[in-house]
Design a protein around this ligand. Structure first.
Ligand code: NAP
Length: 527
């Protein structure tokens, strides 16, 4: 089924001269299919088509867009086992994870379909006119959110389905009425291509305009750069490294017309272990944290990369128990030889930083591309002075910080940069004494977790998957849950517009029956 071509709207195309293959990291061999990197002309054509599709797609009804999103979900399921086997052969992740991630992807699409069909997501606000107001009359003002225009989505290496071709960024942008051009991740080009074929089928079946979706192969920075700089692109979604995200953000904001680039980047997700809980349950927490650190070989943006506690004999026992657990877990394959090599290099650099000692490293030899999980330890004073120790090591790695007392713990936490999450492991009673610590943590994160590990991101509306820089480039938005749609819309007001010219969401009769704010009150009533 795989032919290595790009999807430029409804056409398949391979006009480029650069080819590449994906790698099966478990077998350490190349997969068969040759993929054709999109040429500059193909990039331009995909954006041009998206731009032409935009005015038509933006005006499709909520019902029609919901039907499109549901059809994508159905077509993805229709790919059956070929999608699952391609996913596994390109990532080294097990079949259970592939099936689980496909389920999450399909559910995300369906939840955006539900949101769009219900209609209130446009956040309609109506302030009616007061012609007799003194000293000047008040005009009739009505505001809703409208789509931004063509959106570029960068596929994420560590979520080939849920954060890639039909992942949360794509689903939310399509839901908003924005055509999408995906820059596929080179490590799972086949998985991306299959999903793209499903999206195109769904678009054709539901009569969406040609160009509503394109999928471009790439194995170098060129394609991404051309897309971000293209004048007809209006916003970008990215998940990956801080280096990549920051470079693309700078490109997006230094264009003649700057555009928003929502990047979700590095996070070390501090876990603060308080004394009473460690006294009672150090071995249970050692087990839980070891599992979280090694889950999918640590290749999650929510991997717990920093453990903090106050030095005492309970903390010592926790560290010893964690070392045992870490040494016992069988390592698994990482996503790609490059990621495995980067992990090994970054870990080795951390081991050489002044003051670090190795608490545990998986003791046996492992197959190529498998990540040997590692726990290091450092004093709070060494950590405070050395920003290198604050950097993400993407993989099954965590660093323990031993503080002398609460005061030092607070000082260390205040030094940590923006994060997706922070966890506090504590008894209910002892939490009361740590208000200040919790307040300092909250300033740094998008999600504060009590007695839980950061891995495992529930997909629901109350989830905040974002955080202050460098976790993301804009802490006001989330990349998970239906509120992710807010990244791709902008407000527009209509002043004294005749009713017949207003969009349905703002008409007096409220034909969509949506929830609106009318003169300061939430209501579904007509005017
Ligand atoms: P990446 O290196 O940031 O690349 C992500 C995507 O962005 C790739 O498709 C890449 O395109 C593109 N890209 C990167 N830099 C670019 C630039 N300067 N100009 C244009 N395009 C650029 O991330 P990755 O490939 O997913 O994994 C590498 C590392 O990222 C990992 O080792 C890890 O450190 C980190 N990572 C972190 C998270 C997280 O959530 N914290 C998630 C995934 C990865 P091409 O490959 O086509 O050039």
């Amino acid at each position: 089924m795989l032919d290595g071509k790009n999807y430029i709207g409804n056409q398949v195309s391979k006009r480029g001269t650069v080819v590449f293959k994906t790698i099966n990291p478990v077998l350490n061999t190349e997969n068969e299919t040759e993929f054709f990197e999109a040429s500059p002309a193909e990039v331009d054509e995909a954006v041009r088509l998206a731009s032409e599709a935009f005015p038509v797609f933006a005006e499709t009804s909520n019902k029609d867009r919901a039907t499109f999103l549901e059809a994508i979900a159905d077509e993805i399921l229709g790919l059956g086992t070929s999608l699952i086997s391609t996913y596994c052969s390109e990532t080294g992740l097990p079949e259970g994870r592939a099936i689980g991630e496909r389920g999450r992807t399909v559910n995300q699409l369906r939840s955006f379909a539900k949101l769009v069909e219900e209609g209130s997501w446009v956040e309609a606000v109506i302030d009616t006119a007061q012609p007799n107001r003194e000293p000047i009359p008040k005009p009739d003002l009505r505001k809703i959110k409208i789509p931004l225009g063509p959106v570029v989505v960068f596929g994420a290496s560590n979520f080939p389905l849920a954060y890639s071709s039909a992942g949360g960024d794509t689903a939310s942008a399509l839901a908003a009425g924005c055509p999408v051009i995906v820059k596929g991740h080179p490590m799972h080009a086949g998985t991306g291509s299959l999903v793209a074929s499903a999206i195109i089928k769904a678009a054709q079946k539901t009569k969406m305009p040609n160009g509503v979706f394109s999928h471009l192969n790439s194995c170098s920075n060129r394609v991404g750069e051309e897309l971000v700089k293209h004048p007809q692109v209006k916003a970008v979604g990215f998940t990956g490294s801080l280096r990549g995200g920051r470079a693309l953000f700078d490109m997006a904001t230094s264009r003649k017309e700057p555009i928003p680039l929502f990047a979700e980047m590095g996070s070390i997700n501090p876990v603060v272990m308080l004394p009473e809980m460690l006294k009672n349950k150090h071995s249970e927490w050692a087990k839980t944290i070891a599992k979280s650190v090694t889950l999918a070989s640590g290749q999650f943006c929510t991997n717990p990369g920093l453990l903090l506690g106050i030095k005492n004999s309970d903390m010592d026992q926790f560290i010893a128990a964690l070392a045992d657990e870490i040494s016992d877990i069988a390592p698994t394959s990482m996503l790609h030889p490059n990621i495995a090599e980067t992990y090994a290099n970054n870990k080795a650099k951390m081991m050489k930083e002044p003051g670090t000692t190795t608490v545990a490293e998986y003791p046996n030899e492992v197959a190529p591309n498998f990540g040997r999980q590692t726990v290091l330890k450092v004093t709070a004073s060494a950590f405070k002075e050395n920003p290198k120790l604050h950097e993400e090591v993407f993989g099954p790695y965590t660093l323990i910080i031993e503080c002398q007392n609460l005061e030092e713990l607070e000082i260390v936490v205040a030094k940590i940069e923006g994060q997706l999450t922070a966890s506090v492991i504590a008894t209910k009673e002892e939490l009361r004494g740590y208000d200040n610590l919790i307040a300092i943590l909250r300033e740094r994160v998008g999600r504060l977790i009590f007695n839980g590990v950061p891995t495992g991101v529930e997909v629901c509306q109350a989830m905040q998957h974002g955080g202050p820089y460098p976790a993301t480039t804009d802490s006001r938005f989330t990349a998970v849950g239906v509120d992710a749609i807010k990244r791709w819309i902008r407000p527009v007001s209509y002043q004294d517009c005749p009713d017949e010219l207003l969009p349905p969401a703002l008409k007096n009769s409220n034909p969509l029956g949506i929830l609106r704010i009318v003169d300061g009150t939430y209501t579904q009533a007509k005017l």
